[in-house]
Design a protein around this ligand. Structure first.
Ligand code: GRF
Length: 192
């Protein structure tokens, strides 16, 4: 199985995946990193890990449709089976969905359906809830609404600050995201 990772920023989840794939024998490879932000740190991580990467942004295209068409061409050339969104800060459009529906998974830093959107960790912290967590789910046409594959809870302690909560969440993300992907790979078919 050939996997592409999409990311927009730091790329700590991309790194966790690369490290996991190095340590464990899986019948899959991380073939490609796609990034929409030219200065994102994840591009340096990809270079270091020797994962081929491409970066372009929607600004360079007349429309989102053309932008996604360009991504789709890259995906087809590389025969990508599964897209893993790891901090890809864009709403996926119809172009990608039409080809990769049920073959695109995302990680979100809250217990969905609670706290969807860009600031899942901060929103949960500011809401004063006692627990939040991490969700891995398939992408559908909504924002953070697709079928849930796995969730893990994180308790918000009285002494937690936003920074310590972020740390806890990321730690869980780095643990469960590779596990979920390994499970999908081991099933041999992204839709079984
Ligand atoms: C993660 O918290 C992920 O859940 C969210 O974006 C963040 C990406 O972090 N979708 P990183 O770039 O992987 O460090």
């Amino acid at each position: 199985m050939k996997i592409a990772v999409f990311a927009s920023g730091n790329g700590s989840n991309f790194q966790a995946l690369v490290d996991y794939f190095k340590k464990n024998r899986l019948s899959a490879t991380i073939e490609w990193l796609f990034c929409d932000q030219p200065h994102a740190y994840v591009l340096q991580r990809a270079k270091k890990a020797q994962v081929p990467s491409t970066c372009f942004s929607p600004k360079e295209f007349a429309s989102k449709t053309e932008y996604e068409q360009a991504i789709l061409e890259e995906l087809a050339n590389r025969e990508i089976d599964l897209i893993v969104l790891a901090g890809y800060m864009r709403i996926v459009g119809e172009g990608l969905l039409s080809i990769y529906e049920n073959k695109m998974i995302n990680i979100h830093p809250s217990l969905l359906p609670n706290f969807p959107g860009l600031h899942g960790i901060r929103d949960a912290f500011e809401a004063g809830v006692e627990e939040t967590g991490v969700t891995v789910h398939y992408i559908d046409r909504g924002v953070d609404t697709g079928p849930i594959i796995r969730q893990e809870k994180v308790v918000i302690e009285k002494e937690d600050t936003l920074a310590t909560l972020e740390q806890k969440i990321h730690q869980i993300e780095h643990q469960i995201f590779p596990e979920v992907i390994a499970k999908i790979v081991n099933m041999g078919d992204v839709n079984k």
